[in-house]
Design a protein around this ligand. Structure first.
Ligand code: URA
Length: 435
Protein backbone atom coordinates (compact mmCIF):
# COMPACT_ATOMS: atom_id res chain seq x y z
CA UNK A 1 0.00 0.00 0.00
CA UNK A 2 1.25 3.52 -0.75
CA UNK A 3 0.19 6.77 0.93
CA UNK A 4 0.04 8.56 -2.43
CA UNK A 5 -2.56 6.10 -3.78
CA UNK A 6 -4.76 6.71 -0.73
CA UNK A 7 -4.52 10.49 -1.26
CA UNK A 8 -5.38 10.07 -4.98
CA UNK A 9 -8.35 7.86 -4.13
CA UNK A 10 -9.78 10.48 -1.76
CA UNK A 11 -8.96 13.26 -4.24
CA UNK A 12 -11.06 11.35 -6.79
CA UNK A 13 -13.99 11.16 -4.33
CA UNK A 14 -13.75 7.41 -3.75
CA UNK A 15 -14.47 5.64 -0.46
CA UNK A 16 -11.41 4.45 1.48
CA UNK A 17 -11.34 0.98 3.00
CA UNK A 18 -10.74 0.32 6.70
CA UNK A 19 -7.30 -1.10 5.83
CA UNK A 20 -6.33 2.01 3.86
CA UNK A 21 -7.40 4.30 6.70
CA UNK A 22 -5.54 2.20 9.29
CA UNK A 23 -2.42 2.14 7.08
CA UNK A 24 -2.49 5.92 6.68
CA UNK A 25 -3.08 6.73 10.36
CA UNK A 26 -0.54 4.25 11.68
CA UNK A 27 2.05 5.38 9.09
CA UNK A 28 1.50 9.02 9.99
CA UNK A 29 1.70 8.36 13.76
CA UNK A 30 4.99 6.46 13.35
CA UNK A 31 6.45 9.15 11.11
CA UNK A 32 6.63 6.92 8.01
CA UNK A 33 4.13 9.17 6.24
CA UNK A 34 5.37 12.79 6.19
CA UNK A 35 3.37 15.91 7.08
CA UNK A 36 3.04 17.00 3.44
CA UNK A 37 1.23 13.80 2.49
CA UNK A 38 -0.99 13.96 5.59
CA UNK A 39 -1.80 17.61 4.75
CA UNK A 40 -2.78 16.69 1.18
CA UNK A 41 -4.93 13.85 2.48
CA UNK A 42 -6.63 16.07 5.10
CA UNK A 43 -7.43 18.65 2.40
CA UNK A 44 -8.88 15.91 0.16
CA UNK A 45 -11.07 14.79 3.08
CA UNK A 46 -12.14 18.38 3.78
CA UNK A 47 -13.13 18.91 0.14
CA UNK A 48 -14.66 15.52 -0.64
CA UNK A 49 -15.94 14.33 2.75
CA UNK A 50 -16.16 10.85 4.19
CA UNK A 51 -18.98 8.38 4.65
CA UNK A 52 -20.08 7.62 8.24
CA UNK A 53 -18.35 4.24 7.87
CA UNK A 54 -15.06 5.85 6.83
CA UNK A 55 -15.35 8.37 9.68
CA UNK A 56 -15.92 5.59 12.20
CA UNK A 57 -12.91 3.66 10.89
CA UNK A 58 -10.82 6.84 11.08
CA UNK A 59 -11.99 7.45 14.65
CA UNK A 60 -11.12 3.91 15.72
CA UNK A 61 -7.74 4.04 13.96
CA UNK A 62 -6.89 7.28 15.80
CA UNK A 63 -8.26 5.98 19.13
CA UNK A 64 -6.01 2.91 18.82
CA UNK A 65 -2.92 4.86 17.73
CA UNK A 66 -1.78 4.87 21.40
CA UNK A 67 -2.91 3.56 24.78
CA UNK A 68 -6.62 2.93 25.36
CA UNK A 69 -7.77 3.29 28.97
CA UNK A 70 -9.99 0.62 30.42
CA UNK A 71 -11.88 2.02 33.39
CA UNK A 72 -14.17 -0.98 33.84
CA UNK A 73 -12.39 -2.12 37.01
CA UNK A 74 -12.50 1.36 38.51
CA UNK A 75 -16.04 2.66 37.85
CA UNK A 76 -19.32 0.95 37.00
CA UNK A 77 -19.77 3.15 33.97
CA UNK A 78 -17.13 5.49 32.57
CA UNK A 79 -18.85 8.81 31.90
CA UNK A 80 -17.52 11.79 30.04
CA UNK A 81 -18.69 15.05 28.56
CA UNK A 82 -17.28 17.13 25.77
CA UNK A 83 -17.97 20.62 24.55
CA UNK A 84 -17.07 21.47 20.99
CA UNK A 85 -15.70 24.75 22.34
CA UNK A 86 -17.15 28.11 23.18
CA UNK A 87 -16.84 31.44 24.94
CA UNK A 88 -17.44 31.53 28.70
CA UNK A 89 -17.94 27.77 28.71
CA UNK A 90 -16.97 26.74 32.23
CA UNK A 91 -19.58 23.94 32.29
CA UNK A 92 -17.19 21.12 33.24
CA UNK A 93 -16.12 22.95 36.41
CA UNK A 94 -19.66 22.86 37.78
CA UNK A 95 -21.12 19.77 36.10
CA UNK A 96 -18.40 17.32 37.06
CA UNK A 97 -18.86 17.90 40.82
CA UNK A 98 -22.66 17.76 40.41
CA UNK A 99 -22.57 14.37 38.70
CA UNK A 100 -20.01 12.98 41.15
CA UNK A 101 -22.04 14.25 44.10
CA UNK A 102 -25.03 12.39 42.63
CA UNK A 103 -23.10 9.15 43.03
CA UNK A 104 -21.30 8.65 39.71
CA UNK A 105 -17.49 8.92 39.90
CA UNK A 106 -16.01 10.71 36.87
CA UNK A 107 -12.42 11.00 35.65
CA UNK A 108 -12.14 13.51 32.85
CA UNK A 109 -9.37 14.62 30.55
CA UNK A 110 -9.77 18.12 29.17
CA UNK A 111 -7.98 20.44 26.81
CA UNK A 112 -6.56 23.92 26.60
CA UNK A 113 -8.12 26.85 24.83
CA UNK A 114 -7.12 27.64 21.30
CA UNK A 115 -8.06 30.81 19.48
CA UNK A 116 -11.24 32.47 20.69
CA UNK A 117 -12.49 29.38 22.52
CA UNK A 118 -11.44 28.81 26.13
CA UNK A 119 -10.09 25.60 27.67
CA UNK A 120 -10.87 23.88 30.96
CA UNK A 121 -7.22 23.26 31.89
CA UNK A 122 -6.34 26.94 31.57
CA UNK A 123 -9.25 27.83 33.82
CA UNK A 124 -8.32 25.29 36.52
CA UNK A 125 -4.70 26.46 36.47
CA UNK A 126 -5.93 29.83 37.80
CA UNK A 127 -5.98 28.01 41.13
CA UNK A 128 -2.42 28.11 42.51
CA UNK A 129 -0.86 24.66 42.74
CA UNK A 130 -3.57 22.83 40.75
CA UNK A 131 -1.93 20.11 38.65
CA UNK A 132 -3.25 19.26 35.19
CA UNK A 133 -0.48 16.78 34.30
CA UNK A 134 -1.47 13.67 36.25
CA UNK A 135 0.10 10.40 35.09
CA UNK A 136 -2.24 7.58 34.08
CA UNK A 137 -1.47 5.86 37.41
CA UNK A 138 -2.32 9.02 39.37
CA UNK A 139 -5.50 9.45 37.31
CA UNK A 140 -6.69 5.92 38.10
CA UNK A 141 -5.72 6.14 41.78
CA UNK A 142 -7.56 9.44 42.28
CA UNK A 143 -10.62 8.15 40.45
CA UNK A 144 -10.62 5.13 42.76
CA UNK A 145 -10.07 7.02 46.01
CA UNK A 146 -11.58 10.51 45.50
CA UNK A 147 -14.05 9.72 42.70
CA UNK A 148 -13.36 12.90 40.74
CA UNK A 149 -10.46 13.77 38.42
CA UNK A 150 -10.00 16.68 36.00
CA UNK A 151 -6.66 16.69 34.24
CA UNK A 152 -4.99 17.07 30.84
CA UNK A 153 -5.15 14.59 28.02
CA UNK A 154 -2.24 12.17 28.37
CA UNK A 155 0.13 12.27 25.39
CA UNK A 156 -0.12 8.49 25.19
CA UNK A 157 -3.82 8.63 24.31
CA UNK A 158 -4.79 9.09 20.63
CA UNK A 159 -1.37 10.48 19.59
CA UNK A 160 -2.50 10.41 15.94
CA UNK A 161 -5.10 13.06 16.77
CA UNK A 162 -2.55 15.26 18.55
CA UNK A 163 -0.34 15.20 15.46
CA UNK A 164 -3.12 15.56 12.93
CA UNK A 165 -4.88 18.34 14.84
CA UNK A 166 -1.68 20.43 14.96
CA UNK A 167 -1.24 19.88 11.21
CA UNK A 168 -4.87 20.77 10.44
CA UNK A 169 -4.53 23.93 12.47
CA UNK A 170 -1.89 25.27 10.07
CA UNK A 171 -3.21 23.83 6.80
CA UNK A 172 -6.76 25.20 6.76
CA UNK A 173 -8.26 21.76 7.38
CA UNK A 174 -9.93 22.21 10.78
CA UNK A 175 -13.53 22.89 9.58
CA UNK A 176 -14.30 19.44 8.21
CA UNK A 177 -17.17 17.63 9.92
CA UNK A 178 -15.65 14.11 9.56
CA UNK A 179 -12.26 15.35 10.77
CA UNK A 180 -13.75 17.18 13.77
CA UNK A 181 -16.01 14.25 14.69
CA UNK A 182 -13.17 11.71 14.50
CA UNK A 183 -10.80 14.02 16.39
CA UNK A 184 -13.22 14.48 19.30
CA UNK A 185 -14.49 10.91 19.43
CA UNK A 186 -11.05 9.27 19.15
CA UNK A 187 -9.97 11.06 22.34
CA UNK A 188 -13.15 10.08 24.16
CA UNK A 189 -12.87 6.43 23.12
CA UNK A 190 -9.16 6.28 24.03
CA UNK A 191 -9.95 7.75 27.46
CA UNK A 192 -12.29 4.80 28.07
CA UNK A 193 -15.63 6.63 27.97
CA UNK A 194 -18.70 4.43 27.74
CA UNK A 195 -21.33 7.15 28.08
CA UNK A 196 -20.65 10.59 26.64
CA UNK A 197 -22.66 13.81 26.67
CA UNK A 198 -21.63 15.94 23.72
CA UNK A 199 -22.32 19.64 24.03
CA UNK A 200 -22.33 20.75 20.40
CA UNK A 201 -22.22 24.53 20.23
CA UNK A 202 -23.74 26.46 17.39
CA UNK A 203 -23.50 30.12 16.46
CA UNK A 204 -21.07 33.01 16.22
CA UNK A 205 -18.76 31.77 18.98
CA UNK A 206 -18.65 28.13 17.82
CA UNK A 207 -16.92 26.02 15.18
CA UNK A 208 -20.35 25.20 13.78
CA UNK A 209 -22.00 28.37 12.57
CA UNK A 210 -25.27 26.87 11.38
CA UNK A 211 -27.77 24.58 13.04
CA UNK A 212 -27.62 22.19 10.06
CA UNK A 213 -23.84 21.76 10.43
CA UNK A 214 -24.12 21.36 14.21
CA UNK A 215 -26.85 18.75 13.77
CA UNK A 216 -24.78 16.84 11.21
CA UNK A 217 -21.71 16.85 13.49
CA UNK A 218 -23.80 15.80 16.50
CA UNK A 219 -25.52 12.96 14.63
CA UNK A 220 -22.21 11.72 13.26
CA UNK A 221 -20.61 11.61 16.72
CA UNK A 222 -23.64 9.85 18.20
CA UNK A 223 -23.46 7.27 15.36
CA UNK A 224 -19.70 6.77 15.83
CA UNK A 225 -20.24 6.10 19.55
CA UNK A 226 -22.90 3.50 18.72
CA UNK A 227 -20.76 1.79 16.08
CA UNK A 228 -17.90 1.71 18.60
CA UNK A 229 -20.13 0.05 21.22
CA UNK A 230 -20.54 3.18 23.38
CA UNK A 231 -23.44 5.55 23.95
CA UNK A 232 -23.51 9.27 23.29
CA UNK A 233 -26.19 11.93 23.65
CA UNK A 234 -25.61 15.25 21.91
CA UNK A 235 -27.12 18.56 23.03
CA UNK A 236 -27.24 21.37 20.50
CA UNK A 237 -26.62 24.56 22.44
CA UNK A 238 -26.46 28.24 21.60
CA UNK A 239 -23.10 30.00 21.36
CA UNK A 240 -24.11 33.30 19.79
CA UNK A 241 -23.55 35.13 23.08
CA UNK A 242 -21.12 34.07 25.85
CA UNK A 243 -22.35 31.44 28.30
CA UNK A 244 -22.94 32.99 31.73
CA UNK A 245 -21.39 36.38 32.41
CA UNK A 246 -17.67 35.73 32.81
CA UNK A 247 -15.11 35.20 30.04
CA UNK A 248 -11.50 34.70 31.16
CA UNK A 249 -9.89 32.05 33.30
CA UNK A 250 -9.99 33.17 36.96
CA UNK A 251 -13.22 35.10 36.31
CA UNK A 252 -14.81 31.89 35.04
CA UNK A 253 -13.55 29.83 37.98
CA UNK A 254 -15.14 32.36 40.29
CA UNK A 255 -18.43 32.13 38.35
CA UNK A 256 -18.35 28.32 38.51
CA UNK A 257 -17.78 28.55 42.29
CA UNK A 258 -20.72 30.98 42.61
CA UNK A 259 -22.82 28.47 40.67
CA UNK A 260 -21.78 25.63 42.95
CA UNK A 261 -22.89 27.81 45.88
CA UNK A 262 -26.29 28.28 44.23
CA UNK A 263 -25.94 31.82 42.92
CA UNK A 264 -24.57 31.51 39.41
CA UNK A 265 -26.01 33.18 36.29
CA UNK A 266 -29.41 31.76 35.31
CA UNK A 267 -28.40 30.70 31.78
CA UNK A 268 -25.23 28.98 32.97
CA UNK A 269 -27.04 27.16 35.79
CA UNK A 270 -29.71 26.03 33.32
CA UNK A 271 -26.97 24.78 31.00
CA UNK A 272 -25.29 22.83 33.80
CA UNK A 273 -28.56 21.23 34.95
CA UNK A 274 -29.24 19.96 31.43
CA UNK A 275 -25.73 18.58 30.79
CA UNK A 276 -25.66 16.97 34.25
CA UNK A 277 -29.15 15.51 33.74
CA UNK A 278 -28.08 13.70 30.57
CA UNK A 279 -24.91 12.42 32.22
CA UNK A 280 -27.10 11.05 35.02
CA UNK A 281 -29.35 9.38 32.42
CA UNK A 282 -26.32 7.75 30.76
CA UNK A 283 -25.05 6.68 34.18
CA UNK A 284 -28.37 5.05 35.07
CA UNK A 285 -29.20 7.45 37.94
CA UNK A 286 -32.11 9.14 36.18
CA UNK A 287 -34.73 8.03 33.67
CA UNK A 288 -35.82 11.40 32.39
CA UNK A 289 -34.33 14.86 31.97
CA UNK A 290 -36.68 16.17 34.68
CA UNK A 291 -35.52 13.54 37.15
CA UNK A 292 -31.85 14.20 36.26
CA UNK A 293 -32.29 17.95 36.70
CA UNK A 294 -33.90 17.48 40.10
CA UNK A 295 -31.05 15.26 41.28
CA UNK A 296 -28.45 17.69 39.91
CA UNK A 297 -30.21 20.69 41.51
CA UNK A 298 -30.22 18.89 44.85
CA UNK A 299 -26.41 18.50 44.75
CA UNK A 300 -26.22 22.30 44.60
CA UNK A 301 -28.77 23.04 47.29
CA UNK A 302 -27.32 20.53 49.78
CA UNK A 303 -23.73 21.70 49.18
CA UNK A 304 -22.49 18.27 48.09
CA UNK A 305 -21.40 19.42 44.60
CA UNK A 306 -19.35 22.22 46.18
CA UNK A 307 -17.71 19.67 48.52
CA UNK A 308 -16.75 17.54 45.50
CA UNK A 309 -15.21 20.54 43.73
CA UNK A 310 -13.18 21.31 46.85
CA UNK A 311 -12.07 17.67 47.11
CA UNK A 312 -11.00 17.78 43.45
CA UNK A 313 -8.90 20.92 43.96
CA UNK A 314 -7.29 19.47 47.07
CA UNK A 315 -6.56 16.09 45.45
CA UNK A 316 -4.77 17.76 42.55
CA UNK A 317 -2.54 19.96 44.69
CA UNK A 318 -4.57 23.17 44.43
CA UNK A 319 -4.64 25.57 47.37
CA UNK A 320 -8.25 25.37 48.61
CA UNK A 321 -7.90 28.76 50.33
CA UNK A 322 -8.26 30.27 46.83
CA UNK A 323 -11.55 28.53 46.13
CA UNK A 324 -12.87 29.06 49.65
CA UNK A 325 -12.18 32.76 49.16
CA UNK A 326 -12.29 33.23 45.38
CA UNK A 327 -11.50 36.94 45.67
CA UNK A 328 -7.92 35.69 46.26
CA UNK A 329 -7.77 34.23 42.73
CA UNK A 330 -5.61 36.22 40.26
CA UNK A 331 -7.06 39.71 39.77
CA UNK A 332 -6.35 42.22 37.02
CA UNK A 333 -4.88 45.61 37.88
CA UNK A 334 -7.13 47.58 35.48
CA UNK A 335 -10.90 47.11 35.72
CA UNK A 336 -13.02 49.33 33.52
CA UNK A 337 -16.73 49.23 32.79
CA UNK A 338 -18.27 50.11 29.46
CA UNK A 339 -21.54 51.95 30.13
CA UNK A 340 -24.60 51.74 27.93
CA UNK A 341 -24.63 54.84 25.69
CA UNK A 342 -28.44 54.72 25.47
CA UNK A 343 -31.43 52.95 27.00
CA UNK A 344 -33.06 50.03 25.20
CA UNK A 345 -32.66 46.28 24.96
CA UNK A 346 -29.47 44.28 24.46
CA UNK A 347 -29.80 42.96 20.92
CA UNK A 348 -26.34 41.40 20.36
CA UNK A 349 -23.26 40.37 22.34
CA UNK A 350 -21.12 38.70 19.72
CA UNK A 351 -19.52 35.69 21.40
CA UNK A 352 -16.76 35.38 18.84
CA UNK A 353 -15.74 39.02 19.19
CA UNK A 354 -15.83 38.76 22.98
CA UNK A 355 -13.70 35.58 22.82
CA UNK A 356 -11.20 37.15 20.45
CA UNK A 357 -11.00 40.27 22.60
CA UNK A 358 -10.29 38.09 25.65
CA UNK A 359 -7.35 36.63 23.68
CA UNK A 360 -6.07 40.17 22.99
CA UNK A 361 -6.22 40.86 26.73
CA UNK A 362 -4.06 37.74 27.28
CA UNK A 363 -6.72 35.24 28.45
CA UNK A 364 -6.07 32.91 25.50
CA UNK A 365 -3.39 32.04 23.00
CA UNK A 366 -2.74 33.16 19.46
CA UNK A 367 -0.81 29.92 18.97
CA UNK A 368 -0.09 26.76 20.93
CA UNK A 369 2.36 27.23 23.80
CA UNK A 370 1.85 31.00 24.24
CA UNK A 371 1.70 32.00 27.93
CA UNK A 372 -1.66 33.21 29.26
CA UNK A 373 -2.75 35.69 31.90
CA UNK A 374 -5.26 34.04 34.23
CA UNK A 375 -6.51 37.33 35.69
CA UNK A 376 -7.77 39.10 32.57
CA UNK A 377 -11.09 38.84 30.74
CA UNK A 378 -14.49 40.35 30.20
CA UNK A 379 -17.66 40.30 32.27
CA UNK A 380 -20.97 40.66 30.47
CA UNK A 381 -23.63 42.33 32.63
CA UNK A 382 -26.72 41.81 30.49
CA UNK A 383 -27.83 39.01 28.20
CA UNK A 384 -29.52 39.37 24.82
CA UNK A 385 -33.15 40.42 25.28
CA UNK A 386 -32.62 42.16 28.65
CA UNK A 387 -33.44 45.86 29.14
CA UNK A 388 -30.64 48.30 29.92
CA UNK A 389 -30.68 51.96 31.02
CA UNK A 390 -28.31 54.58 29.68
CA UNK A 391 -25.23 54.71 31.95
CA UNK A 392 -25.68 51.16 33.30
CA UNK A 393 -22.64 48.83 32.95
CA UNK A 394 -22.90 46.69 29.83
CA UNK A 395 -19.48 45.01 29.94
CA UNK A 396 -16.49 45.21 32.29
CA UNK A 397 -12.95 44.71 31.01
CA UNK A 398 -10.30 43.21 33.31
CA UNK A 399 -6.84 43.99 31.93
CA UNK A 400 -3.22 44.17 33.00
CA UNK A 401 -2.03 46.46 30.25
CA UNK A 402 -3.32 49.92 29.30
CA UNK A 403 -2.82 49.54 25.53
CA UNK A 404 -4.61 46.18 25.46
CA UNK A 405 -7.42 47.61 27.58
CA UNK A 406 -7.96 50.38 25.03
CA UNK A 407 -7.83 47.97 22.10
CA UNK A 408 -10.31 45.67 23.87
CA UNK A 409 -12.72 48.52 24.51
CA UNK A 410 -12.62 49.62 20.89
CA UNK A 411 -13.31 46.10 19.66
CA UNK A 412 -16.06 45.43 22.16
CA UNK A 413 -18.07 48.49 21.09
CA UNK A 414 -18.37 46.71 17.73
CA UNK A 415 -19.49 43.47 19.39
CA UNK A 416 -22.58 44.81 21.14
CA UNK A 417 -25.83 46.37 20.03
CA UNK A 418 -28.63 48.05 21.94
CA UNK A 419 -31.95 48.30 20.17
CA UNK A 420 -35.14 50.22 20.98
CA UNK A 421 -37.27 47.10 20.35
CA UNK A 422 -37.18 44.08 22.61
CA UNK A 423 -35.56 41.19 20.70
CA UNK A 424 -36.38 37.57 21.39
CA UNK A 425 -34.01 36.12 24.01
CA UNK A 426 -31.64 33.56 22.46
CA UNK A 427 -32.58 29.94 23.16
CA UNK A 428 -30.25 27.91 25.41
CA UNK A 429 -30.70 24.70 23.43
CA UNK A 430 -31.86 23.73 19.95
CA UNK A 431 -32.37 20.03 20.48
CA UNK A 432 -31.15 16.69 21.80
CA UNK A 433 -29.82 13.90 19.54
CA UNK A 434 -29.32 10.27 20.45
CA UNK A 435 -31.80 9.79 23.27
N1 URA B 1 -12.00 19.90 18.93
C1 URA B 1 -11.24 18.79 18.72
O1 URA B 1 -10.86 18.08 19.64
N2 URA B 1 -10.94 18.49 17.45
C2 URA B 1 -11.32 19.22 16.38
O2 URA B 1 -11.01 18.86 15.27
C3 URA B 1 -12.10 20.37 16.64
C4 URA B 1 -12.44 20.68 17.93
Amino acid sequence: MRAVDIIIKKRDKLELTKEEIEFFISGYTKGDIPDYQAAAWAMAVLLNGMTPRETTDLTLAMAHSGDVLDLSGVVDIALDKHSTGGVGDKTTLAVLPMVVAAGLPVGKMSGRGLGFSGGTLDKMESIPGYRTDLTTEEFLEQLRTVGIVLTGQSADLAPADGKLYALRDVTGTVPSIPLIASSIMSKKLAAGAQGIVLDVKVGRGAFMQTLDDARELAQLMVDIARLAGRRAIALLSDMNQPLGYAVGNALEVKEAIDTLHGHGPADFYEHCLKVAAYMLILGGKAKTEEEGRAIAAHTISDGSAWEKFRALVQAQGGDVAYVDEPERLPRASLVESMLAPKSGYVARIDAREVGETAVILGAGREKKGDPIDHAVGIVVHKKVGEPIEEGEPLLTIHANDEARLNEAEERLWGAVEISPEKPEPLPHFYGVIGL
